[in-house]
Write a protein that binds this ligand. Structure first.
Ligand code: HEC
Length: 467
């Protein structure tokens, strides 16, 4: 159990649940719109604004993660050349998974047609166009993207972000008490400081009846780099009163900018929230700020009346996982090096969500399944690894992996000076370091959330709305 804690502490950047469907035949994604021809006169009001408002403004608005707003003609006009550049290079919207290999729930992308519209608009002089076509500025839901929560859990007190221009990785305990046990459908994290919060990865800790008197004892916030994990648990006083460890539910809540909390079909993947417990962020990453700021994040809890019939299981390949990395994960300076790992599943499973994880030297990642008949099913391919965008990818429909199938992964790391994220200049030896939480050390993990297979799973859509 303890090693699970270590794992999650080391997982420095975490994401969101996004799902993907495994489309064997999708060698090339053809968007229906791709076949459309471009309008002769392209204007902001008629053609461009709806693309930007739908696909960019979620993050590019005041207080969000995008470094500037894209909420009206002037905003967009000012950045028009860069917008064409970043949309054509695939840098924006940020979605590292290769859509020609596999696709997921909630994926962010522009169709080929939309990219061409933006380009042609700029080439034609970037006119605003007729006022009668003008769309209202987009409005975004406040507080929750899912609906009205059954319960809101706030940070025990505001978190002070020090204005020292440095990243902060914080482990947080957010205790709660509720009148009676409840089944949880989903937990939505709402950042109090959208500009600063880069990612959140959280467990749920639940205490069995009578096991914990005071859920608020101990500290609430501990600096991730501060100390070894045993000390962290002591400081937070997470254990039961008798010193044993309470039950922890992994990936109970995750967040990355732009991502909506996952909702799975009724009866799948929920869990029981006991009367006493805590949300344990393991960790929360605040980006650098020049001035002191505060964060008052909170969690929207959505209960389920139905007892979940099917619980998720989780395992991972690679670092701390069920399969070793070959060769051992050590990357010499000035080298680009590839590593593999493989794992054969012992029973039929249905994969729901996957999360590839590397740190700053990651360059590319691919994972797929080969079944006992030799059939290959693609899982995910990331051609340009970006440390900042590590989503939890959820398949549109579950992927059945029959007993005896082997999951393969292959990942490449770039430890040269050409890698702009290389934390060392000049490059140095980098590799796995047991117990290390630092992003400057490397990891290679592929986390798989699954259900025990049931006939019909392949047909269950995971593109679910709450109500
Ligand atoms: C999920 C959130 C998100 C979405 C959606 C998104 N962006 Fe961004 N965008 C960001 C963040 C965060 C940055 C800053 C990243 C960085 O450090 O380069 C950024 C940076 C940019 C930049 C500056 C790049 C540079 O090199 O200076 C441009 C231009 C941009 N985005 C345009 C867009 C456009 C156009 C869209 C829609 C097609 C879009 N973004 C969608 C989050 C987002």
């Amino acid at each position: 159990m303890l090693y699970r804690i270590v794992i999650n502490k080391i997982i420095i950047v975490l994401g969101t649940v996004f799902i993907f469907s495994c489309t064997n035949d999708s060698v090339k994604v053809i968007d229906k719109e791709e076949l459309q021809t471009l309008p002769k006169e392209i204007t902001f009001n008629k053609d461009v604004s709806k693309i930007i408002y739908q696909k960019c403004a979620t993050c590019h608005r005041p207080g969000e993660s995008g470094p500037f707003s894209l909420l009206n003609y002037n905003d967009v006009y000012r950045r028009k050349k860069t917008i064409v550049k970043v949309t054509h290079s695939g840098y924006m919207p940020p979605w590292p998974a290769d859509r020609t290999y596999s696709s997921f729930v909630g994926e962010m992308y522009l169709t080929e047609y939309e990219k061409q519209v933006l380009k042609a608009w700029v080439e034609q002089g970037a006119d605003e166009g007729d006022q009668k076509n003008k769309l209202p500025e987009p409005v975004f839901p406040k507080g929750s993207q899912l609906g009205k929560p059954d319960l809101v859990i706030k940070l025990p007190r505001p978190y002070q972000i020090k204005g020292n221009n440095r990243d902060h990785y914080v482990i947080m305990k957010i205790p709660y008490e509720i009148p009676h046990d409840q089944y949880v459908r989903t937990i939505e994290y709402v950042p109090g400081n959208r500009k600063r919060v880069h990612h959140v990865n959280g467990y749920m800790v639940v205490y069995d009846e009578g096991k914990k008197k005071n859920v608020r004892e101990g500290e609430f916030f501990v600096n991730n780099y501060e100390m070894d994990e045993r000390r962290v648990w002591e400081k937070l006083k997470i254990t039961n009163d008798d010193g044993t460890f309470p039950m922890r539910i992994p990936s109970a809540t995750n967040y990355l900018p732009g991502v909506v909390a996952p909702v799975y079909p009724q009866g799948i993947g929920g869990f029981l929230m006991k009367k006493k417990g805590a949300i344990l962020l393991n960790d929360i990453h605040y980006g650098p700020s020049p001035k002191d700021e505060i964060d008052e994040s909170y969690f929207n809890i959505f209960f389920s009346k139905i007892q979940p019939e099917r619980k998720f299981g989780e395992f991972q390949l690679g670092t701390y996982g069920v399969s070793k990395i070959e060769p051992a994960l050590m990357i010499p300076p000035d080298s680009i090096k590839t590593f593999t790992s493989k794992y054969t599943v012992q029973s039929d499973i249905s994969i729901v969500t996957i999360n590839p994880h590397m740190h700053l030297l990651g360059k590319s990642f691919i994972a797929y399944v080969v079944d006992p008949e030799g059939q290959t099913t693609p899982l995910i391919k990331i051609n340009h690894w970006d440390f900042r965008w590590q989503y939890f990818y959820t398949f549109k429909k579950m992927v059945k992996v029959p007993k005896g199938s082997t999951i393969y992964l292959k990942a490449t790391f770039d430890n040269t000076k050409n890698n702009p994220f290389n934390p060392f200049s000049p490059p140095q030896w980098v590799g796995e370091r047991t117990g290390s939480m630092s992003t400057k050390d490397e990891m290679l993990q592929f986390i798989i959330t699954y259900l025990d297979y049931k006939p019909g799973d392949e047909e269950i859509s995971l593109e679910v709305k709450l109500k």
